[in-house]
Ligand binder design. Structure first.
Ligand SMILES: *[C@@H]1O[C@H](CO)[C@@H](O)[C@H](O)[C@H]1NC(C)=O
Ligand SMILES: *[C@@H]1O[C@H](CO)[C@@H](O)[C@H](O)[C@H]1NC(C)=O
Ligand SMILES: *[C@@H]1O[C@H](CO)[C@@H](O)[C@H](O)[C@H]1NC(C)=O
Ligand SMILES: *[C@@H]1O[C@H](CO)[C@@H](O)[C@H](O)[C@H]1NC(C)=O
Ligand SMILES: *[C@@H]1O[C@H](CO)[C@@H](O)[C@H](O)[C@H]1NC(C)=O
Ligand SMILES: *[C@@H]1O[C@H](CO)[C@@H](O)[C@H](O)[C@H]1NC(C)=O
Ligand SMILES: CC(=O)N[C@H]1CO[C@H](CO)[C@@H](O)[C@@H]1O
Length: 535
């Protein structure tokens, strides 16, 4: 089931009363869309230059055992509140980019969910230049500035629009009035519409001639635009003297769509599977956490973490243990990992439910080093390993770019950018190696499979027959978790929302449609919509 794990997030304001206001950190959460594990340089591929992201990773923590949901909206809902607005003045909260958490009525949209501003789209993807979104045969404009349709932004590349709004928020933030929460949810590197799935300008594309396959090169170019955005955001924080008191998170929302899945060309290599599968390639996410508050740097974070952990983790980072105590009644699936990350102590999180999806008939669960996987999606046609591997030779990595890019310069100035030898050590430790040859194949449609995910992160060796007791204990745990599940509430598309009825815009039609009260909620159908093309 497309289980919405956490319906109470980002209510930072509601939970935090800190003694010293000036000490509370600014929090900048940068969420990439559909970025693959192997697409950032710090995981070992040098094919796509991501120097700004890498500079932050080496100067902070590479979250090396970090898990996300396999598709967009469940990840976003695990990150946001679905219940009520943030209406306190504690954190000034702003948002740039993709919402994708419902827009049937105004009250589901960002400004009514606690954000003071939002520039971006409401649905799951759009064209990066004309800003129209095509979903299930419906087509219309999806770009907003606040609640207004942003006709005037036509032609401005989406990644630039998102960045411009983020920079403006930082530039006009008055830190003496309190801390900033900025959520930058890039549309990049999600594919656009079928008529132009990988929109990027020719001049950016021209810089990546070393990538032979055109579609992969286009994807890479879209990602270098995202990397540049990260650099500009860090630079703006530095200019406004906010950087030293900031926490920056960079994370993907789910595993990468590879080899034409969703018409896209990400890479999770050597991890198995793609977006919307429960293999590691679908759920093990590329992410980093950066803050001067982290201790014992540089290092890799081996603490197990799930995207649902950000709410309690950031609440503790912002308000301390007392603020965290306020969350205990909220029955979160997430746990605060803040102290373990800061001090490099063991993670309190011992297990992760990747999903139980009774529509697809799939489920996966990790407990300690063991992962159970049963059933699969697309009749197993996306269960393989997909490249490209990328350029893994450390000699060919863009080391010289790091101290020169905007984020690298800022890290250097704060004396946080480690020596090249240390960068090399971190990068090699964060590169997944799978020497093991395929053995004991897994046929998840026939029987549950068991993997030792620490020894075999590539899921090549099914140990179900060898460790029947371990398998049994995970099956029992899965059953236990399933007993708390609520039924999936997915609904079909509501034709009353067809953009053609609303001047060809995607809109909050529920506010204008009488008796639309048949509980049609685009939020729920958008869970399916974010996945707009059957591969
Ligand atoms: C906990 O929540 C209550 C009610 O919202 C609030 O009054 C109190 O200040 C909060 N405490 C902390 C430490 O955030
Ligand atoms: C959004 O609208 C505000 C108010 O009209 C304007 O100042 C701002 O520049 C707009 N943002 C973008 C990215 O166009
Ligand atoms: C920021 O806020 C403080 C306190 O309200 C005020 O004194 C100051 O003038 C503000 N700064 C700017 C640049 O608006
Ligand atoms: C599923 O895949 C198997 C082989 O892997 C094939 O025999 C079967 O026909 C497929 N089923 C469907 C519904 O495509
Ligand atoms: C979870 O429980 C539901 C209803 O009780 C059942 O139909 C489904 O098969 C179970 N799924 C798993 C993976 O155990
Ligand atoms: C309808 O859309 C066009 C652009 O396609 C825009 O210029 C016009 O202002 C819109 N009309 C209304 C009533 O929103
Ligand atoms: C800066 C600011 O507005 N701080 C407020 C945050 O919220 C608490 C209570 O909710 C107020 O006491 C602070 O003044």
């Amino acid at each position: 089931m497309l289980q919405l794990q956490l319906l109470l997030l980002l209510s930072l304001g509601n939970f935090i009363v800190a003694a010293d206001n000036t000490k509370r950190p600014h929090i900048i959460f940068i969420l990439a869309d559909d970025l693959g594990f192997n697409d950032v340089g710090f995981h070992g591929s040098a094919q796509i230059p991501t120097p700004n992201i890498d500079a932050l990773a080496y100067s902070g923590l590479i979250l090396n055992r970090y898990y996300v949901n396999p598709i967009c909206t469940p990840s976003r809902s695990a990150l946001m509140t679905g219940k009520y607005p943030i209406h306190t003045g504690n954190y000034t909260s702003h948002m740039a980019g993709k919402w994708h958490l419902g827009h049937w009525k105004r009250e589901y949209t960002p400004l009514y969910r606690g954000f003071s501003s939002h520039v971006g789209c409401w649905s799951g993807h759009h064209d990066y230049n004309d800003h129209t979104a095509e979903e299930h045969g419906y087509w219309g404009l999806d770009m907003r500035n606040g609640t207004q349709v942003a006709y005037e932004l036509h032609g401005e590349y989406s990644t630039h629009v998102v960045t411009r709004h983020a920079l403006n928020v930082i530039a006009t933030h008055n830190a003496t009035k309190g801390p900033l929460f900025l959520y930058v949810a890039h549309m990049a590197v999600h594919s656009g519409n079928p008529y132009n799935p990988l929109p990027v300008s020719d001049d950016v594309l021209a810089k990546l001639q070393h990538i032979p396959k055109l579609k992969r090169r286009k994807y890479a170019a879209m990602l270098t635009e995202l990397d540049a955005s990260v650099g500009s955001i860090v630079e703006q924080l530095r200019k406004q003297q906010l950087l030293q008191n900031s926490i920056i998170i960079f994370s993907t929302d789910n595993g990468g769509p590879a080899e034409g899945f969703n018409l896209n060309f990400a890479s999770n290599y050597p991890l198995r599977g793609v977006k919307n599968t429960l293999w590691e390639g679908g759920v093990r996410g590329a992410a980093l956490l950066w803050s001067p508050r982290l201790q014992k740097l540089p290092r890799i974070a081996e603490q197990t973490m799930h995207i649902a952990d950000w709410l309690p983790t950031l609440v503790e980072a912002a308000g301390g243990k007392a603020a965290l105590a306020n969350l205990s009644s909220a029955q979160l699936d997430g746990q605060s990992i803040w102290q373990s990350l800061v001090q490099n102590e063991p993670s309190p999180r011992k297990s992760i439910l990747h999903n139980i999806d009774d529509i697809w008939g799939s489920a996966a669960l990790t407990v300690g080093d063991w992962k159970l996987l049963q059933g699969t999606h697309y009749n197993g046609s996306w269960d393989g390993w997909y490249g490209p591997e990328g350029i893994r030779d450390p000699q060919l990595y863009y080391w010289d770019e790091l101290p020169k890019c905007l984020a690298g310069k800022a890290m250097h100035q704060l004396q946080l950018l480690p020596s090249r030898a240390n960068q090399q050590r971190l990068r090699s430790a964060a590169t997944v190696q799978c020497a093991q040859q395929p053995a004991n194949p897994c046929q998840p449609l026939h029987a549950p499979c068991l993997f030792n995910i620490r020894d075999d992160p590539c899921e090549r060796n099914n140990l179900a027959a060898r460790y029947p007791q371990v398998l049994q204990s995970l099956l029992t745990e899965l059953k236990l978790q399933n007993s708390t599940a609520v039924p999936p509430a997915n609904l079909p598309d509501d034709p009353r929302g067809a953009p053609s009825l609303w001047n060809y815009t995607w809109t909050n039609f529920g506010d204008y449609t009488p008796a639309a009260g048949s509980m049609i909620n685009t939020f729920l159908s958008s869970v399916i919509n974010c996945f707009w093309i059957s591969p």
